[in-house]
Design a protein around this ligand. Structure first.
Ligand code: FAD
Length: 408
């Protein structure tokens, strides 16, 4: 299925497919079992030009589109989810945030690191601030020519392997007045106050550490504060808007896992025989396959549309929030079902660790959670659809109701 891809995009996809099958697939099971970050694959991705593809050419990248990145991510995820996630974070998320809002100095720093193989970490979630990101307590206090950051983050992808960290924190000026929420760039190796406290024991995606990080008087030079044009006050909304690229990336990983599982299932049902016939001859399985393919196609179309929406209709440098949210909800939920159905078709073999399906099922389970849960994203979609803010705190909800009653 090519839709209206250019010949260059088709060639890029072929190149990614070959890389995924030859380099990533043979390592996928080992990466999962050993729970080790695959530095060998990172090196190969860097040499093949898959790290920092979306970075503009002025900063040494290839200036590729998010759709290009989605095509590559799907191919990688068919073979190795960890490899696909590295490609996401080296082309979307933190790097695209810095490229959109960073100073020249910040862009050059981030680009040089990613193009050399770094997968930056984005640090938003805290133990008491998950879906409710604005409840974060990590703070950055201005002290002369620097900010001093204190706080704790958890479930940070790449904690312990990423060099560059984009840390979200509440910002306070010299007088202690709160200015809003901002982003701060810190390098793990150069920053004394940045400590990896522990690694989470994850169900899947075991080749990338999910880290708990603490910041203890972490000093960040003032020129490493990432300040969107709207300033700190409205800056958080802008910084979170940048996250829409990450959402499209995460949805694409889920979709790629599903595509890989479906490929395996199609091949298996043609060869496995029961009752003297290939099991693919049974309509019970044929209809399952048809539903899997239909869901996969829908997910792919939605993700492509979201990736293409970048910069359209006066929008920002990021995918449209509504399309990105819908695509991630649909792709992440479809992936869980498709992989589960593929596993079912393999019978007992599907439940075995000798085959990749049980790993794919564990990996796929994450994508309705990380990067905005399926429930929170539904609230975002409903809010835009209704044209209401839909505040989630009790106080915000009561104020909103009072305002509406007053207006009636
Ligand atoms: P909670 O917010 O406590 O939610 C618990 C449940 O309540 C969920 O089902 C949720 O949908 C539901 N819920 C909460 N609020 C509402 C509401 N208003 N309406 C309806 N339902 C609601 N974070 C980072 O900052 N950087 C990372 O790199 C990163 N990587 C991650 C990688 C993995 C593998 C995972 C699992 C998570 C990662 N996260 C990361 C954290 C992730 O973004 C959060 O887990 C997510 O935002 C949800 O927060 P929470 O886990 O605290 O769940």
């Amino acid at each position: 299925m090519t839709f209206d891809l250019t010949s260059e995009q088709i060639a890029l996809r072929e190149r990614a497919r070959a890389f995924a099958q030859e380099v990533a697939r043979p390592r996928a099971s080992e990466i999962d079992a050993q729970e080790q970050y695959p530095w060998d694959i990172v090196k190969a991705l860097t040499e093949a030009g898959f790290m920092g593809m979306t970075i503009p050419s002025a900063y040494g990248g290839q200036g590729r589109s998010f759709l290009d990145a989605v095509l590559v991510i799907e191919e990688m995820a068919k073979c190795c989810t960890v490899t696909a996630r590295i490609v996401v974070e080296a082309n979307m998320g933190a790097i695209s945030t810095v490229m959109a809002y960073g100073s020249e100095e910040q862009k050059r720093l981030a680009a040089s690191l990613v193009l050399a193989g770094d997968k930056p970490a984005i640090c938003i979630t805290e133990p008491d601030a998950g879906s409710d990101t604005t409840a974060m307590t990590t703070r950055a206090d201005r002290r002369g020519d620097r900010y001093v950051v204190n706080g704790r983050k958890h479930w940070i992808t790449g904690g312990g392997v990423s060099k560059l960290h984009l840390i979200f924190a509440r910002v306070f000026d010299e007088r202690g007045e709160e200015l809003g929420i901002g982003g701060f760039l810190a390098m793990r190796e150069d920053s004394k106050g940045l400590r990896i406290v522990r690694r989470e024991k994850t169900m899947g995606l075991r080749g990338i550490p999910e880290g708990e990080l603490s910041f203890e008087d972490l000093e960040v030079p003032a020129n490493m504060a990432v300040i969107p044009p709207s300033g700190f006050k409205r800056g958080f909304a802008d910084l979170m808007n940048a996250y829409n690229s990450q959402r499209v990336g995460a949805g694409s990983v889920a979709m790629g896992i599903a595509a890989g599982a479906l490929d395996l299932a199609v091949d298996f049902v043609k060869h496995r025989e029961q009752f003297g016939r290939p099991i693919g001859e049974f309509q019970g399985l044929q209809w399952m396959l048809a539903d899997m393919q239909t869901q996969l196609t829908a997910a792919r179309l939605m993700l492509h549309a979201a990736a293409r929406s970048r910069g359209q209709a006066g929008q920002s440098a990021f995918p449209d929030p509504m399309l990105a949210a819908q695509a991630k909800i649909f792709a992440s939920e479809a992936a869980i079902k498709i992989v589960n159905d593929a596993l079912q078709m393999f019978g007992a073999r599907g439940y075995s660790r000798d085959l990749p399906l049980e790993r794919m099922a564990r990996d796929a389970r994450m994508f309705t959670i990380g990067g905005g849960t399926a429930q929170v994203l539904r609230t975002l979609v409903a809010s835009k659809l209704l044209g209401w803010k839909l505040p989630q705190t009790r106080e915000g909800y009561l104020n909103d109701i009072a305002r509406r009653l007053a207006a009636e």
